[in-house]
Design a protein around this ligand. Structure first.
Ligand code: FAD
Ligand code: NAI
Length: 468
């Protein structure tokens, strides 16, 4: 007979959405279970996403610096790539992080129920463990946090040997001679950068006539120029029509979106990175009358599905597919379940691309403001005029601030440059407090720092930029 355990809340999925929800529930004194079928907690982000990709981005950036910039700084070294060690340290960091979530579960009295969860009617989740044993969990509230998986492309079958998705591209045993990336989005450009820095020729094939859709167009142009300078090649406006694999590699066929003859590219590896889709396989949504939309997303209103007591957070529902957005959803969802007030401003969820230079933004792009017919002023400051960037020889890029023409409220901040991932938070806080660009412009920043560029860009809104 199956065991039955009763909880206040059962969360399905142990990624940034699920684990943050479970921990917050524990903190608020709710009896919580988190169902996760992977052998480790942390979901896509910790296991095969944010963290391993950042580990390889960091290590490959060091390798590239040792191979090039170091000599200019008067440090002469002859770096030799030890790929197995690079992968090993990545794995060790990932293990430490996933164990950290296990520790936090114990600390907050959250039960990790290992196995695949399936909703089996109102307030009921059945968990099938690896040994086939079924445990039934009962709870007034079920939170779906099952995340997403890579989107597929007809004719390009991922085999993780020659045709990879992001998971395969994070654990290659050799540096590709020629890596072809399908999709000039965040995964393609981050992982393309890793392998380019380690010596691969990298060609990016993109359907649209620009890279990174959704990013402010001026930022995207500067970003593409920087990547091109690093040796990445772009084939924009290209529709991939098929891929043929052999033992040695892949022949990819594509045709211009605008029309024209079909063409071929030879590669030893192909990375398919054309987006991610929500993951709800075998979840039993039909048992509670929840129907995903056409693209597979679970529709929610303030994170509640159409069925009372069933909630959805993170990648499986609407909004940007980002770990920190999943975390925002998680905390708000549990606080609402606990009867508290919760609020999320999705306009203030920042985005970052962790390449070199980095790209970061929050709020509206110029294109969005124009489409909305909103009058705005822009202030811009290049890193070539920032003293810290200059002495560090990292002068590529700029900071741009967009402010309402009448009220001066900051509507968006966009930056491409050195370590801007660590700087965007300042604009998130300013915008959360509905600051005017003048508030940032009149706030003293330490000198010499790259963060002075944030202030100078804000000063630029009223035309009184000073540094040069
Ligand atoms: P997931 O993290 O996908 O977690 C869902 C979990 O649910 C999984 O562990 C899955 O095994 C489990 N699950 C699914 N169904 C069931 C079931 N029926 N029963 C039990 N368990 C189940 N975001 C960032 O913000 N910053 C980054 O730098 C970043 N880098 C990324 C790099 C890569 C290569 C990728 C692929 C993604 C990256 N992301 C990044 C996106 C980020 O990983 C996701 O937005 C985030 O993981 C979403 O969290 P989630 O909890 O909604 O889902
Ligand atoms: P993406 O949505 O960022 O980019 C996909 C790209 O593929 C787009 O440029 C799109 O136009 C293109 N494309 C779509 N179909 C195509 C086709 N048939 N042929 C050629 N190009 C095609 O998706 P990506 O890069 O797969 O990443 C998925 C998500 O993972 C991101 O949207 C982001 O939410 C998350 N992520 C976040 C990271 C971060 O925050 N630093 C890092 C990596 C992933």
């Amino acid at each position: 007979m199956a065991d039955t355990i009763t909880y206040d809340v059962v969360i399905i999925g142990g990624g940034p959405g699920g684990y943050n929800a479970a921990i917050r529930a524990g903190q608020l004194g709710l009896k919580a279970a988190c169902v996760e079928k992977r052998v480790t907690l942390g979901g896509t982000c910790l296991n095969v996403g944010c963290m391993p990709s950042k580990a390889l981005l960091h290590a490959s950036e060091m390798f590239a610096a040792a191979s090039g910039e170091f000599a200019h700084l008067g440090i002469e070294v002859q770096p030799k790539l030890n790929l197995p060690q690079m992968m090993k340290q990545k794995g060790e960091s990932v293990t430490a992080l996933t164990k950290g979530i296990e520790f936090l579960f114990k600390k907050n009295k959250v039960d990790w129920v290992k196995g695949a969860g399936r909703i089996a009617g109102a307030g009921k989740v059945e968990v099938t463990g690896e040994d086939g044993k079924v445990t039934t969990l009962e709870a007034k509230n079920i939170v779906i946090a099952t995340g997403s998986e890579p989107s597929s492309l007809p004719g390009v079958a991922v085999d993780q040997q020659r045709i990879l998705d992001s998971t395969g591209a994070l654990s290659l045993a050799e540096v590709p001679k020629h890596l072809v990336v399908i999709g000039a989005g965040i995964i393609g450009l981050e992982l393309g950068s890793v392998w380019r820095r380690l010596g691969a020729k990298v060609t990016v094939v993109e359907f649209l006539d620009r890279i990174t859709p959704g990013m402010d167009a001026e930022l995207a142009k500067t970003f593409q120029r920087a990547l091109t300078k690093q040796g990445m090649t772009f084939q924009l406006g290209a529709k991939v029509t098929g891929a043929k694999t052999s033992k040695k590699g892949v022949t990819l066929t594509w045709e211009p979106v605008a029309g024209g003859a079909s063409q071929e590219i030879e590669a030893d590896y192909v990375l398919l990175a054309i987006g991610r889709r929500p993951y709800t396989e075998g979840l039993g949504l039909e048992t509670v009358g929840v129907t995903p939309d056409k693209r597979g997303f679970i529709e929610t209103d303030h994170l509640q599905t159409s069925t009372p007591g069933v909630w959805a957070i993170g990648d499986v529902t609407y909004g940007p597919m980002l770990a920190h957005k999943a975390e925002e959803d998680a905390v708000a969802c549990i606080e609402m379940i606990a009867g508290k007030y919760a609020h999320i401003d999705y306009n203030l969820v920042p985005s970052v691309v962790y390449t070199s230079p980095e790209v970061a933004w929050v709020g509206k792009t110029e294109e969005q403001l124009k489409a909305e017919g909103r009058a705005y002023k822009a202030g811009k400051f290049p890193f070539t005029a920032n003293s810290r960037a200059k002495i560090n020889h990292e002068t590529e890029g700029f900071v741009k601030v967009l402010a309402d023409a009448a009220t001066d409220e900051i509507l968006g901040a966009h930056m491409v440059g050195p370590q801007v991932s660590e700087m965007i938070g300042e604009y998130c806080v300013a915008m959360a407090f509905r600051a005017a660009s003048e508030d940032v412009a009149r706030t003293c920043h330490p000198h010499p720092t790259r963060s002075e560029a944030l202030r100078q860009a804000a000063m630029g809104v009223e035309g009184w930029t000073m540094q040069a």
